[in-house]
Write a protein that binds this ligand. Structure first.
Ligand code: PFF
Length: 444
């Protein structure tokens, strides 16, 4: 059992802070660009509604009913003792994500500085600068990675109420304000109408064979599902919270922020006739020279933009640490500092390996299964372990837990018909969707 509780708004902002991250501002726009725009957005919205939200509510229910760490949650909610408690160890996926997520936050920190002082003016210069940072500049990247790591662990060390809740209460509204300011600016750009058309007019001829599965995979990552993160935050839900409305609010906020980020980015892209399907380099390579063409306003806009991405990244990163910390403090009675030191020590060391695997003269010796450590950690966590965690949640809640417990918890907040839809989804739709996505990723 844990004592610290969020306030109602604190929970919503903390869960939204976890969900809204690099996935929304970096990944969503570039995969939408690669998958042809509007039709992909439509598929993504369906994946969020029918698969993401169902598993989200299932994780919230497990956390709220058990009020405990993930391992204890599986153990206490299973009708009889057995191996289900081991499913709680999917929280370990967080350690793997913690190896590379702060590296990308580190790049964002560096780009706040680049944006404020010397935006590259051509795509060639921008690509060369990013490539140089990624493959040559080990010490610079280690500096920013360490900074991202320290910020994250400092906040988590202050606990759920004083650290996590307080930070989210400040950063999430600031993030929304910055994005709205940039959105207002985007309205004035020539490419705004084209951006809206690109994102909201569905042309199914542009969808690729893998688009549906990519949408499911992203719905999953963006809602922070599959590594007991939402379950862990939900263990600190206040007694009287409407958990269905809170879950819905988080999913809507997460989606809205991804769409607003997409509108801002594509307004710039179309204003300068740039190419929308440029892949992962969209944020760090394509955008800076476009901002540079807008003079002072561009410098200010780019700086604010990267500050917003940094806020989104840090609020997500802290949520990745908490499941492991709660397990070690609640279940093994470790002190919070010791838990943080252990998790931080492992993740930081592996993170250094991941970072050095991208550097030219160290990369070759840090390859496993033909992949650099950075790519390997990313692939293992997002293509294998997160989907696995999601399948376990869906099967556990849909088939193992007593239905009565779920009805008792959810029916006060849900029309019985909606409850049946959700229960159907968690038993059939969600596991089938996630298994298909996993197979698709592994076969790619
Ligand atoms: N939802 C975050 C994003 O979109 O960037 C990433 C994430 C956070 C994944 C927390 C998983 C997690 F547990």
């Amino acid at each position: 059992m844990i004592a610290a509780r969020f306030s109602r708004i604190g929970f919503i902002l903390a869960a939204a802070g976890s969900a809204v991250g690099l996935g929304n501002i970096w990944k969503f726009p570039y995969i939408t660009g690669e998958n042809g725009g509007g039709a992909f957005v439509l598929i993504y919205l369906m994946a969020i509604t029918f698969i993401g939200l169902s598993i989200f509510i299932a994780e919230v229910a497990m956390g709220r009913l058990s009020r405990s760490d993930a391992v204890s949650a599986y153990e206490s909610l299973a009708p009889k003792p057995g191996p289900w408690k081991f499913a709680g160890f999917t929280l370990l996926t967080g350690i793997l994500i913690l190896t590379y997520y702060p590296i990308v936050i580190g790049w964002v920190f560096k780009y706040i500085w680049v944006a404020a002082t010397h935006l590259p003016t051509t795509v060639e210069a921008s690509g060369a600068a990013f490539g140089e940072m990624l493959t040559q500049d080990a010490s610079g990247q280690i500096f920013y990675f360490t900074l991202a790591f320290l910020c994250t662990f400092l906040i988590v060390s202050m606990g759920v109420k004083k650290g996590i809740e307080k930070l989210n209460l400040v950063l999430m509204p600031l993030l929304v304000i910055i994005l709205l300011l940039l959105f207002c600016y985007a309205i004035t750009l020539d490419g705004f109408d084209d951006a809206l058309k690109f994102l909201f007019v569905a042309d199914f001829s542009k969808v690729r064979a893998t688009s549906v599965m990519e949408a499911v995979g992203h719905a999953f990552f963006t809602l922070s599902l599959g590594m007991c993160c939402i379950m862990t935050y939900s263990a600190s839900l206040p007694e009287n919270a409407n958990i269905v409305r809170s879950s819905f609010t988080v999913a809507v906020l997460d989606t809205a922020i991804a769409l607003v980020a997409g509108i801002i980015i594509f307004s710039l892209i179309f204003s300068f006739n740039a190419e929308p399907g440029q892949g992962p380099g969209l944020l760090f390579i394509s955008l800076p020279p476009l901002f540079a063409q807008l003079g002072m306003a561009g410098t200010l806009g780019a700086t604010l933009f990267f500050v917003a991405v940094a806020f989104a990244g840090v609020t997500s990163c802290i949520s990745i640490v908490e499941p492991g910390v709660l397990y070690l403090t609640n279940r093994l009675n470790w002190s919070r500092p010791l838990a943080l030191l252990a998790i931080g020590g492992v993740a930081y060391s592996l993170g250094l390996l991941a970072l050095l695997s991208n550097i030219e003269h160290t990369g070759d010796s840090l390859k496993l299964f033909g992949m650099g450590a950075f790519d390997l950690f990313d692939f293992t966590s997002s293509s294998i372990l997160l989907p696995l965690g999601g399948i376990l949640v869906a099967v556990f809640v849909g088939y193992v837990m007593e239905k009565q417990k779920l009805e008792h918890l959810l029916l006060p907040y849900m029309h019985p018909r909606l409850f049946h839809c959700w229960y159907f989804s968690i038993r059939y739709l969600a596991p089938a969707g996630v298994v298909a996505m996993m197979i698709n990723k592994l076969a790619a």
